[in-house]
Every structure is written in C-alpha cells, then in structure tokens.
Design a protein around this ligand. Sequence first.
Ligand SMILES: NC(=O)c1ccc[n+]([C@@H]2O[C@H](COP(=O)([O-])OP(=O)(O)OC[C@H]3O[C@@H](n4cnc5c(N)ncnc54)[C@H](O)[C@@H]3O)[C@@H](O)[C@H]2O)c1
Length: 380
Amino acid sequence: MDGRQSALEGLAMNPSLWKGKRVFVTGHTGFKGGWLCLWLKKLGAEVTGYALPPASNPSLFSVTCVQDGMHSLIGDVADRQRLASAMAEAKPDVVIHMAAQALVRYSYRHPVETYATNVMGTVHLLEAVRHCDSVCSVLVVTSDKCYENRERKIGYREDEAMGGFDPYSNSKGCAELVVAAYRQSFFAAQGRVALATARAGNVIGGGDWSDDRLIPDMVRAFHAGETVCIRNPDAVRPWQHVFEALHGYLLLLENMMENPTAFSQAWNFGPEDADTRDVAWIVKRFVAHWSADQGGADWRIERDAGNLHEAHTLRLDCSKARHELNWRPALDFGLALQWIADWYRCYYSNKDVLALSQQQLDVFQEMVTADGEHRMVKTA
Ligand SMILES: NC(=O)c1ccc[n+]([C@@H]2O[C@H](COP(=O)([O-])OP(=O)(O)OC[C@H]3O[C@@H](n4cnc5c(N)ncnc54)[C@H](O)[C@@H]3O)[C@@H](O)[C@H]2O)c1
C-alpha cells in the first residue's frame, strides 16, 4: 500500500488512552460501527456491541469477523429493557451510539420505523446511560442531514437550525434535540457524563453493501458486469473516507475524557471544502480506479422516476473541529477512492480482506498519531 502521508501536524490521537477502556457501541453490525469496532479492538479496548443482525449479505461484519475479540449482542434499540440491561452488564466507560435506520429512501417507505429507531432509540440509549453509573462519556452519532437544508453554497455550522426534509434527515435533527434536552435536564448539572453529538458527512469505504448508496451501487453493478444508473449526478455531498469520521469521533471522545464539560457539544466532521464533490466527480474517479484493474465499469444517468426529494447541495463547516480538536481529514481523497476499490477487489478475488482492513487501519492510524504525543488543545 503506497501513497501514505506522514503524520500530520495536529492530528494526534492518543492510542494508549483506549487500552482497557470499556466501550459500548450500538450499531456494530453496520458499516461504520463495524470499522469502529475493528479499530477499537486494535487499540486494546474492551468492546461490547449492540445491534440488529447485519442488514446485507455480504456485510463488513461477517467478512471481517467483527464479533471476534469483542462481546457482540443482537438486540433492538426499541427494546428499552434489553438495551438497559445490556449496558448495565457491560459497565462501559464510554458509549458510542451509532445504531440507526440510516437510509433516506428507505425512510420514505418506513417513516414510523425510522423515527422509532432514530428518535426513541436515542431516548432509550440515554435512559440506559442515566441508570448506568460507570459511564463517563457518550457520543451520539447523528448526521450532516440534521440541519434545515437551505440549498446554500456555504457549509452549515453547529449552531444552525435543525430540520430535515425527509423522515431520515428529520429524525436525525430530532435526535439532536433529544440529546440537547437530556444534556440540559439530566447530565449537565450532575457532571458525571460528558455528552456530545457528531454530525459527519457522507462516509465511504470498503465493506458497505447498503442499498441506495453510491459506492455500494457501483460495486454491485460493476461486479455483476452491469452499467450503474446514477440518479443525481449533480448532487453535492461532503464525502469522506469512513476512517476520517471515526478519527473525529475518537479524538472528540479523548478530549471529553480529559475535559467533560468543554467538549459536551455538537461537532461537524467533514471534508476540506475542495473535496465536497458532486456525485459525477466521485463516479468518474471510482470508475477509473475500478477499470484500471478489472475493466468493465460504466455508468449512465437515470434521473429519479419516483421523484423522491433529496437535498441537492449539502456542505459542512468543520472549522470548530479543526480549531478546537485539531481534527482535519488526513487521507488524500484520491487515495481514499483507491483504498476503497482495493478493498472490494480484495474481497471479490477471495483474498484476505481482514488482513487488508487491518493494514488500511494501521496506515491510517499512523497518519493520525504523532508517536503517542497527544495534543490537547483545550484545557479546563
Ligand atoms: N453512512 C453515512 O454516510 C453516514 C453519514 C452520516 C451519519 N451516519 C450515521 O452513522 C451511523 C452508522 O451508519 P452506517 O452507515 O454504519 O449505517 P448501517 O445501516 O450500515 O448500520 C446501522 C446499524 O444500526 C443498527 N440498527 C438499525 N436499526 C436498529 C435497531 N432498531 N436496533 C438496534 N440496532 C439497529 C444496524 O443493525 C446496524 O448495525 C448512523 O447513525 C447513521 O445515521 C452515516
């Protein structure tokens, strides 16, 4: 694997902080949660996962054996009692809530399920935290789509209005409001639990086989020797490699562990402005990477006949994470696309995809770790 960058100024994670840390992750059978658990295990954390069974076959969870070396529980966040007992039994120091119905188009077909999982699931999670004395830090993962989208060209900042046109986006805005209410009503005065939210842009990476997502749609089509149909070639999204968002989450939690009150807020994590690209740009680059090795990758535009509304332009202003956490993207975006094509190629040619996943994580971790030197920017 070449093209690595040197450890970048100001991106220092402190891997030793995670050793032996007890971490409760919801959504570990999904795309981001699976990568997060692989990373946390590498860091020496004791991980418990709570989620529904993987929604796709194949899945990152199954092909990289995410459940090995952790405690994996299958359960619904709608089941308040079971979630609370799972957390009580795990006695975590840190909770990372990622379980969600995470698809916009599915949310149009299943709005009730989407709100039940994303809003009441968050309420149940926070109730479990209230009654679990071991927990010190909680990160609730919402989305860049939580903002009231005004289709403007500049990025949304953390203090802007919540909104969301479709049930998924709106449920993430609601989850943000739930967290704010719990922070004010139950956690702030008591001071035991640091509670933050993370609003990341569209993440891409190896191991995603979800429906109606750009990279999985391309991979499925190209692998089957078909032309992929692109619905919204001009849609602009804050794309980033999944490791970038996870790095933001871990760095934020490290800061929360050191200084709970200062970091109990909402945080955006997205690409540099120049990497906030339209769909057609991503497709052309990914097609080039895929074709270079395997040929047979083609695409055509087929506008959405169902006419479901999806935001056209979505940008994030990530200056707060940049200035207060010293976080910024570490991976060249062209290299990120190469890594993704490499990952799926490895999987489809029956090579050792767990080894490649570990290798990609190792290279990335090296980029964001300055020899264990932790840069704490904000102090009490
Ligand atoms: N993928 C992205 O581009 C992106 C962007 C911004 C935010 N997010 C957010 O990040 C989180 C993870 O997203 P992802 O891409 O990994 O999604 P995913 O669909 O791959 O994974 C979702 C996870 O949530 C679990 N889950 C769903 N409903 C559940 C329920 N009722 N009870 C228990 N577990 C349940 C699933 O089992 C799975 O483990 C979500 O909160 C999502 O909204 C994702």
